[in-house]
Design a protein around this ligand. Structure first.
Ligand SMILES: C[S@@+](CC[C@H](N)C(=O)[O-])C[C@H]1O[C@@H](n2cnc3c(N)ncnc32)[C@H](O)[C@@H]1O
Length: 356
């Protein structure tokens, strides 16, 4: 391309974007450091703090903390109070960065993002040879970050909005239902449901033994181990019949063979039972997803979910942004007659599927 074909304004704008993006990549690690070291939590009172005081509060070194604070201020994550030479974490930012149990927490998402980018070297050969990379082969920060990141959204929406959006399910849960949570990871969704519906029983299923070990511990810590059990099993071969609800939380697109999993769900349901897919929010067309949420999900999809599915028999690789139409196709092929979008949130689509 001749240099005269170059639009200088476009070049400058894109250089600005590229610099911002390189900064964002570095900020992912800085956010997780702040999370791990308790730096955000120590600023959660919203009061100006100087680096020496923040270092003293957190048992860290002032010189490192000053540099971290400057990076945070340049990213707009904290504010710099120049006359006082102090830094402030605004209360709105504290909800996202310093409140791990709240509905707006995103520190888990950053933790997962750091784990995801760490597989880059291993993934290059997968791009050329086509092999997959299983969930169980990923860095442990992915498992923990995913748990923390998704749990924030489940706390906000699952019991208050998603379950009530399914026909007749809450009534069954209140009376005492049997529920399977397939691809349950560390069990956050099963535990939340068990806390809300003490008369029901919940079975979490995941092929990753390490995740199930942690899920069992989490259920015991939450005091619901009497009604939540877990199985190390694949999505198409777990035990049990007569489930009133079979749910997949952000896991269906990760499966090598989602059709086999949907068929298993259909066979495992009690008459009149419901299958619920909670999936990452996505439109059906690529152009619908070219936005910040789609970007986050396409990133995780390339580094984690697509390689995960390609590592398993079936290799369906639906991708994190499969979209409702593609998901509906799989459910219908498994025999589900009535599939509808029951709910949505900024991060999730919720599909309800019932047998004819
Ligand atoms: C993105 S994580 C979601 C975990 C959990 N549902 C949550 O929301 O935190 C996907 C999960 O699907 C599990 N998984 C992947 N393939 C599976 C399979 N074939 N059978 C059962 N679980 C599977 C992974 O081990 C992982 O725990």
């Amino acid at each position: 391309m001749a240099i005269t074909d170059i639009d200088e304004q476009k070049l400058e704008a894109f250089l600005g974007l590229a610099a911002t993006e390189a900064g964002a990549a570095l900020n992912a690690a800085l956010v997780t450091l702040g999370d791990e070291l308790g730096l955000y939590k120590a600023m959660a009172d919203g009061q100006p703090v100087c680096p020496a005081d923040l270092a003293a509060r957190t048992g860290t070194q002032e010189r490192y903390v000053r540099e971290w604070l400057n990076a945070q201020a340049a990213s707009g994550f904290v504010l710099y109070d120049e006359p006082a030479d102090a830094y402030v974490l605004p209360p709105e930012h504290a909800l996202v960065l310093a409140d791990d149990t709240g509905p707006f927490s995103m520190t888990g998402t950053f933790q997962a993002a750091n784990a995801a980018v760490a597989v880059r070297e291993r993934l290059a050969s997968r791009f050329t040879e086509g092999h997959g990379l299983g969930w169980h082969e990923q860095h442990h920060d992915l498992w923990h970050g995913t748990e923390r990141g998704f749990a924030a959204s489940y706390r906000a929406h699952l019991v208050a909005e998603w379950l009530p959006a399914l026909g007749g399910v809450v009534e069954k849960l209140e009376a005492g239902a049997l529920v399977a949570d397939v691809g349950c990871g560390h069990g956050a969704s099963a535990i939340l449901m068990a806390q809300a519906f003490p008369r029901s029983r919940f079975v979490g299923v995941d092929y990753h033994a390490g995740s199930i070990e942690i899920a069992r511990r989490r259920a015991a810590e939450a005091g619901v181990a009497d009604r939540v059990s877990f199985q190390v099993a694949g999505a198409a071969d777990y035990a049990g019949e007569g489930y009133d609800l079979v749910a997949f939380f952000d896991a269906f697109h990760d499966l090598g063979d989602p059709l086999a999993a949907a068929r298993r769900a259909a066979a495992a349901l009690a008459p009149g039972g419901t299958c619920m897919l909670v999936e990452p929010y996505a439109g059906d067309r690529v152009e619908d997803n070219l936005n910040p949420i789609g970007r986050l999900y396409y990133g995780f999809s390339t580094l984690v979910c697509t390689p995960g599915s390609l590592s398993q028999p079936g290799r369906a690789a639906l991708g994190t942004q499969a979209g409702e139409a593609r998901l509906r196709e799989v459910l219908e092929a498994a025999g589900f007659g009535a599939v509808r979008r029951a709910a949505e949130s900024p991060l999730n689509l919720v599909l309800e599927a019932r047998l004819p």
